[in-house]
Design a protein around this ligand. Structure first.
Ligand SMILES: NC(=O)c1ccc[n+]([C@@H]2O[C@H](COP(=O)([O-])OP(=O)(O)OC[C@H]3O[C@@H](n4cnc5c(N)ncnc54)[C@H](O)[C@@H]3O)[C@@H](O)[C@H]2O)c1
Length: 463
């Protein structure tokens, strides 16, 4: 099928590469000229495992081409994905200006040669599907109609559908090929059939897996959920709100565990084995971050406010997380007493491992707070130090080339991101280089007994 994807971010680029692998003809439209020129050279503009391989295989071939023009993308395609950002505004509402601009441009570029489905993959507040449809139609010179394939029934030239994205950064390619479900929201039966056709190889798992992303054993049919647009939009927000709430729940329980002498990891295992609860997303730590959870929970609160619906759980989810980010600092105070003048090394900056994404990363909150308290902050991260330097020049962080430089003469280390490299570190040697071998394991990631044997004072979360 002929597909246009607008926006070459984490969602748009992964979607484009994956659809190209499934055999579709994809034109990826990106407004940022630097990104576009990198893509044309077959280079991935961000760090995401598995994308390089697909990009190098398909870029500039018959299955994946790039463009700076929405009009060109629309002309060549029957399904047009909107995958631009919807970043949070200070009010908590998502900034819809990118979606608005794109929707109007799509409308302006439509012609009557074939019916098109405009698919919203960007995460947008409930009701945006109808709004995008209005904007697309406003962008058209006049509302035209076109015959539906061989049938004589007249159909609108364009239909808007919602197809929320559930990929996780760090495993985005895997999640795209082996999703838990595909959700499509639309009232148009023809759009449903076109979307089913598009995703058929994933739904039926008939594609040849890419070399770097093999199919998990026993993985078979993927549920294809068809619903109305508002429910599809609500599914996306509710899924993220629930996941964020689960982590905040684990973190609140962790606080109680510390007081009563229980171990939150054991508690999480014990409750997670109950199938009604499940073991995932119950890991205590310095809180969740990333481009989606905070933005989407706040956006859902705003939607609810418009309808005067109470949001006690959603607000608590946010507040617990805000406090949780500072628990590493409380532990440093308990151990070091004075923070002013101390040198603290952060292990990891990205909001989670296997990504360079720093959006709403707990590391930033911790670094700001330590700096405010008069500490010298150092950091080491395998992939996101350059973006941190570029995006947060106000943070006076000393970026280290390796763990030895981070530990040398430091008063404490705080593990913020659970990169594999940290599990394999030579902790014996690092302890000897420190002023004060103290480590706050903000993700309960390291093995306490190994760290203690190496000479560290080890503090986890909820233990
Ligand atoms: N990142 C995730 O893990 C994730 C997961 C699920 C859903 N989402 C949602 O998907 C959407 C995209 O997220 P992302 O992380 O990929 O964003 P991103 O910021 O990484 O990428 C957006 C891209 O769109 C481009 N763009 C903006 N306006 C454009 C225009 N007029 N024409 C062409 N390109 C344009 C930007 O230059 C940028 O490259 C958001 O709504 C987000 O909430 C993200």
């Amino acid at each position: 099928m002929d597909i246009c994807v607008i926006g070459a971010g984490y969602v748009g680029l992964v979607t484009s590469c994956s659809l190209a692998h499934l055999g579709h003809h994809v034109i990826l439209v990106e407004a940022d000229k630097n990104k576009l020129s990198m893509l044309e050279k077959g280079k991935t503009p961000f760090f995401e495992p598995g994308v390089d391989e697909l990009l190098q295989k398909y870029a500039n071939g018959s299955n994946l081409i790039f463009s700076g023009s929405i009009a060109e993308g629309v002309k060549r395609s029957e399904i047009i994905f909107i995958a631009v950002g919807t970043p949070p505004m200070p009010s908590g509402e998502p900034d819809m200006s990118y979606v608005v601009k794109v929707a109007k441009e799509i409308g302006g570029a439509l012609d009557t040669t074939r019916k098109r489905i405009v698919v919203n993959k960007s995460t947008v507040p409930v009701g945006s599907g109808n709004w995008v449809e209005m904007l697309v139609k406003q962008g058209q010179q006049s509302v035209q109609t076109v015959p539906v394939r061989s049938s004589k029934v007249e159909s609108p030239l364009v239909t808007v559908a919602s197809n929320p994205e559930f990929l996780r950064e760090g495993s985005a390619v895997y999640d795209t090929f082996y999703p838990d479900r595909i959700v499509v929201g639309t009232a148009d039966p023809m759009a449903v059939e076109m979307m089913r056709e598009l995703y058929r190889p994933v739904i039926e798992q008939t594609f040849e897996p890419p070399a770097g992303t093999p199919r998990p054993n026993g993985f078979s049919n993927v549920p294809f959920v068809v619903t109305d647009i508002a429910s599809a939009e609500m599914i996306k927000y509710s899924a993220n709100a629930f996941l964020a709430m689960k982590i905040s729940f684990a973190n609140e329980i962790a606080g109680i565990c510390e007081k009563v002498g229980a171990d939150v990891s054991q508690v999480a295992l014990g409750i997670g084995l109950d199938k009604r609860i499940g073991t995932h997303f119950l890991r205590a730590g310095v809180g969740w971050g990333g481009s989606c959870f905070g933005k989407d929970v706040n956006a859902l609160i705003e939607v609810a406010r418009e309808y005067s619906c109470p949001t006690h759980l959603l607000e608590a989810t946010i507040n617990v997380n805000k406090n949780q980010r500072l628990c590493a600092i409380k532990k440093l105070q308990e151990e070091l007493k004075i923070i002013k003048g101390r040198t603290i090394g952060l292990l990891g900056l990205s909001f989670k491992p296997d990504t360079d994404d720093l959006r709403d990363a707990p590391s930033l909150t911790i670094a700001y707070q330590l700096q405010k308290m008069g500490a010298q902050v150092r950091a080491y991260d395998p992939v996101s130090m350059d973006s941190c330097k570029r995006l947060h020049p106000e943070l006076n962080i000393h970026y280290c080339q390796n763990l030895e430089e981070l530990a040398s003469g430091a008063d404490a280390l705080v593990l913020v991101t659970e990169w594999n490299e940290f599990a394999e570190a030579n902790w014996n040697s690092l302890a000897h280089q420190m002023q004060w071998p103290l480590i706050i394991d903000g993700r309960n990631f390291l093995v306490e007994s190994e760290l203690s044997e190496a000479g560290f004072t080890y503090r986890g979360i909820g233990q």
